[in-house]
Ligand binder design. Structure first.
Ligand code: ADP
Ligand code: MG
Length: 346
């Protein structure tokens, strides 16, 4: 919850009234933060965390990838890790934003769930800002779907979606918004879903907007189709730090992941950003005409993509809906041998 709270408290005049999170979460959270604040004076509590992982103890090997806000290295710290080094040219000038980063990291470190990447620690001494997580084996859903063109059967899609819902349900129950749920941030390790990069959007966007030209809005490829209408409508040059993220915007993004699993491509594929912004902002949804899927499966998509955020289901609800979907192998006749239907399934 602290990530929601810190977002709110920091950007109170900018985040507007679009938030649909319940007040209850915010209340529990303010208690949490207060107790934190009462234990240490704010500045001290934050600087005490700097030695969390001493930078010198980290071994960095090759670059795995360069994302929006930094470079990811394969590294070693008591075993194989992934190290995200943040680009921090002007970050140290923005104390409040550095503070936001530290609060996000504080939230990150409280997560323990099968379907979430293991957070191991952070270096928080500018200009060395790094996040250390376990190294995900396997490939991202993005690689499976868009690069390798692997086909996900309806059954497999449901299993993957259930695990995503479990991880996301856990995050939301702890008051953490993902803010960047996308197939590039979901790994598949021997059939197990591992979600990465939750709750770090403020930092990512911070660095990203620093690089953007003054009057234009830089839109990373493949980002728009995950943005709920209320986010799209709030897009402005410079304003990406203050987008009205909520649990409901995470659910919208989950809808897009669900679409990618089932269709093997992005919604609004091939359309220019302006066209996508206009359509999503107006409530036009991508056509499902070419989607070979049952009514139930399409209904989930339409609910997640509801124009009104309040009409989108929450993750526990999604999970129970997914669990109730008829599975092909369950539809076998009672006399049908189990092993045959299993092998047909895989
Ligand atoms: P994006 O998510 O937009 O691809 P990132 O900066 O998050 O950008 O990641 C950059 C690259 O590093 C990606 O190829 C991603 O798959 C990889 N990566 C990120 N985190 C991990 C991790 N924990 N384990 C293995 N690879 C990772
Ligand atoms: Mg990522």
């Amino acid at each position: 919850t602290s990530s929601i709270k810190s977002e709110r408290s920091r950007h109170v005049s900018l985040s507007g009234s679009g938030s649909t999170d319940s007040g209850g979460g915010a209340r529990a959270d303010s208690l949490d933060l207060n107790s934190h604040d009462s234990r240490w004076p704010r500045q001290n509590s934050l600087s005490m965390k700097e030695w969390d992982i001493p930078y010198d103890e980290l071994k960095l090997f090759e670059v795995i990838g360069a994302g929006r806000f930094g470079t990811v290295y394969r590294g070693s710290w008591h075993g194989a890790v992934a190290v995200k080094l943040l680009h921090v040219h002007s970050l140290s000038d923005h104390c409040a934003q550095l503070d936001t980063f530290k609060h996000e990291v504080a939230t990150f470190r409280k997560t323990r769930h099968e379907n979430l990447v293991l957070f191991m620690g952070a270096c928080m001494k500018p200009p060395r800002l790094a996040i250390v997580t376990s190294l995900c084996k396997g490939m991202t859903l993005y690689t499976h779907i868009h690069l390798r063109k692997d086909k996900f059967t309806a059954n497999k899609s449901v299993i993957v979606a259930q695990q995503i819902s479990q991880g996301m349900g856990y995050l939301h129950a702890r008051g953490i918004l993902h803010k960047d749920l996308k197939t590039k941030n979901i790994f598949l390790e021997n059939g197990k879903v591992v979600i990465t990069d939750f709750g770090l959007f403020s930092v990512t966007k911070l660095c990203f907007s620093n690089n953007a030209r003054g009057d234009s809005l830089g839109i990373p490829p493949g980002w728009l189709c995950y943005l709920a209408p209320e986010l799209v409508r709030a897009l402005r040059p410079h304003a990406s730090l203050h987008l009205p993220f909520s649990k409901c915007t995470d659910v919208y993004a989950f809808g897009t992941v669900w679409y990618e699993l089932l269709c093997g491509e992005y919604p609004f594929k091939g359309q220019p950003p302006e066209a996508i912004i206009w359509q999503v902002g107006k409530g036009v949804k991508p056509s499902l005409a070419n989607m070979q899927a049952s009514r139930d499966i399409k209904d989930i998509l339409m609910l997640c993509w509801s124009y009104r955020s309040a009409e989108r289901p929450d993750f526990p609800h999604l999970l129970s809906t997914l669990e109730k979907l008829p599975r092909k192998r369950l539809a076998r006749s009672p006399s049908h041998p189990v092993h045959l239907s299993r092998s047909a399934d895989s």
